[in-house]
Write a protein that binds this ligand. Structure first.
Ligand code: GLU
Length: 280
């Protein structure tokens, strides 16, 4: 690293200069850190096993974490330079608009409404909305059965919106801030089902604590094209991320990440999407 070659004094001056730039330049906190070190802040989920999870020892795991780490590397950041920041479903556009994060990899579906506020690179995964029910509950045989049920989803998610607008407008929908609250509700029979992407639900169902308790219904109720959210109009970053995603697929890293993260949950993912090909 170049910094090691400079003297302590000039390093301090350099650090100060970088600090000044960081403070003076913009509201963009997603890039270099205030102390002059090269850092990148990436938005992630922290309560979705297999996708984005913060483990009790403070580590981040999941497919989105691997995708984000790969992209960061292509942008010139080592894994140690990454600050992962939780971005809940309802907070994602704001986090990008404010410059709190450089980009977001957080089970973030590309849709027209979000495209008004942010841009997306990708897609890098195609998932489908499904429901998770208690293993001993045979009463939900089709999405329409949800109309008489208590359903849990997360505020600001496409799943909540789909339920209200088309899938089951008469369902009693409970919206929480994160998925863990819904899971507790499902276990304690406060709600009858939890709806979100099958990629996320598979991860929950395979958790040690929940094994045998829940099952996925297997309804493919929507196409969820996961994209990397970034600041609207940043064509340069979008291109760099798209190039990184293309490389991740072609060098086999995408497959490796899929196996490592979805294998344990036995989630049968769709093949890698083509960049720019959003499946409606
Ligand atoms: N992929 C869906 C969405 O972007 C649901 C998962 C989530 O809430 O992150 O809203």
């Amino acid at each position: 690293m170049q910094l090691r070659k400079v003297t302590a004094a000039s390093a301090a001056v350099l650090a100060l200069a970088l600090t000044a730039t960081a403070c003076g330049s913009s509201d963009d906190k997603g890039g270099d850190s205030a102390d002059g070190g090269k850092k990148i802040t990436i938005g992630i989920k922290i309560d979705q096993p297999g996708i984005g999870l913060k483990t009790p020892d403070g580590k981040f795991t999941g497919f989105d974490v691997d995708v984000a780490t790969y992209i960061a590397k292509e942008l010139g950041y080592d894994a140690k330079d990454i600050d992962f920041k939780e971005t809940k479903s309802a907070d994602r556009e704001t986090a990008i608009e404010r410059g709190d994060v450089k980009f977001i990899a957080a089970s973030y579906s590309i849709n027209d409404e979000r495209l008004q506020k942010v841009d997306f690179a990708g897609p890098y995964l195609l998932a489908h909305q499904d429901i998770l029910v208690r293993a001993d509950d045979p009463s939900i045989k089709s999405p329409a059965d949800l109309n008489s049920k208590k359903l849990c989803s997360v505020t600001g998610s496409t799943s909540a919106q789909n339920v209200k607008e088309k899938l089951a407008p008469k369902a009693q929908l409970q919206e929480y801030g994160g998925y863990s609250e819904c899971l507790t509700g499902l276990e304690n029979k406060v709600v009858d089902a939890l709806t979100t992407d099958d990629s996320i639900l598979a991860g929950f169902a395979s958790q040690k604590d929940f094994q045998g308790k829940f099952k996925l219904a297997g309804f493919k109720m929507s196409n969820e094209n996961y994209g990397i959210g970034l600041k609207k109009g940043d064509a340069d970053l979008k291109k760099k991320i798209n190039d990184a995603l293309t490389k991740m697929v072609s060098d086999g890293s995408w497959d490796k990440a899929v196996k490592a993260n979805f294998g344990p949950a036995n989630y049968k993912n769709e093949p890698a999407p083509k960049i720019g090909n959003v499946v409606k």
